[in-house]
Structure formats: C-alpha cells, structure tokens
Design a protein. Sequence first.
Length: 224
Amino acid sequence: MPLFNPSSSFEKLREVAIQERIRNQLERRHMVPLATALTMAANAAATAYEESGTMSAVDRAMQPASERLRLALRRVYFDSINTMKTHAIGELPQKTLTVLIERKDLTGAIDAVLTAWVRTRTAEKVKRITRTTRNTIKAVIADAVAQGLGQSEVASSIATKLKSFTRARAKMIARTETHSAMQSSSLTVAEIHHHSSRARKNGFRSRTTGPATPTQRRTGRRSD
C-alpha cells in the first residue's frame, strides 16, 4: 500500500519494503499477548466444563478472557496506527507537513477518525473471535461426548485441542489486524493530505470534517 502515488518503481518497492518491516516488527511484538488471551479462554473453558458440564458456565468463564483479548487488540491497533501515522506523515511533502503541524484541527481529525476506527474494529473483532472460539469448543464437546467421554475427559480434550492451534491463530490475528490498522492509518493520513491540499488550492480555510468514515467510503456519500 504505497503512500501518495510514489513516482518511480524504486520508490514503490522501497515503500512496500518499509511497511513490510514495520508490520513484521509489530506482529512479533503483539503475538504473545494475543496468544496469552486465547490460551486463557481455552483454559477457562476447560475448567468450567469440567466443573459444571454446561456451555452456559463455559460462556461465563470466558468473559474475563474476552476482556483481555479486547485490551490486547486495542494495543495492536493503536501501536500499529501510531507507528504507521508517524511514517506516513514523514512521507508527506515538507510544505504539507508544515501545514499539518501548524493546523491542529487537521491532526486532530486524523486522531479522531482513527480512534473511532479502533473502537468499532475492536468490538467487531472480539465478537468474531469469541464466536469462533465458542463454536470450536462446542464442536470439541460434541465429538468427545459422542465418544462416550466423561466431563473430565471432555475438559482435557478442550484444553488439548484448543492449545494446538492457539499460537497459529494468534499469529494470524496479529498479522491481519496489524495490516488492517496500518492500512487505515495510511489511508486516513492520505485523505487528510488531499483534504488540506484541495482547501489551500481553493484559497479558503478547510472545514474540519476530516476524511470519509468507513461507511462513507463504502457508499461514496458524505454529509458535507
């Protein structure tokens, strides 16, 4: 996702390489906290099922793990966004950079859009991950019960089978969510850059509506 239409193939390749390096660093930084949150969910589910044998108890036991996952994802998003925002602003032409620094309404617009993105993305992602984890647990339980296993054995099966893919799943989540946050950050800065440049060319002070929201990007409609 090269920024601001680099003029040469070399610049495009350079930008891709820089962003790949940034993303790899962010992935490594956040994979362990994500894996810890997922492991916590698996262990809590196994213990709850062993003690009660019901999915309602499993759901209750997984709630603290869901909160831990939410916090881990927020750290992924804000770290990725701020790292990418710093890089993206550094790639702007110097005149534009000066304007962005001087006009705090536009830098504020960047942060406002990205903060809203994090809030929405985190809520959606936690729901999806929790739902997937719950469905996996239900499948493990159904398979174990069909084999005639008791509660303790079913609980052991939950812990074992979830543990086997937790690390790989954490790595996948770290990679996809880091990429999404970086992309959102670079796109927002690019839109702010365009918004500011167009206002200066037209000779008037820009309104502080900022870039389009995710919904406006999909529909192509804006309220202003």
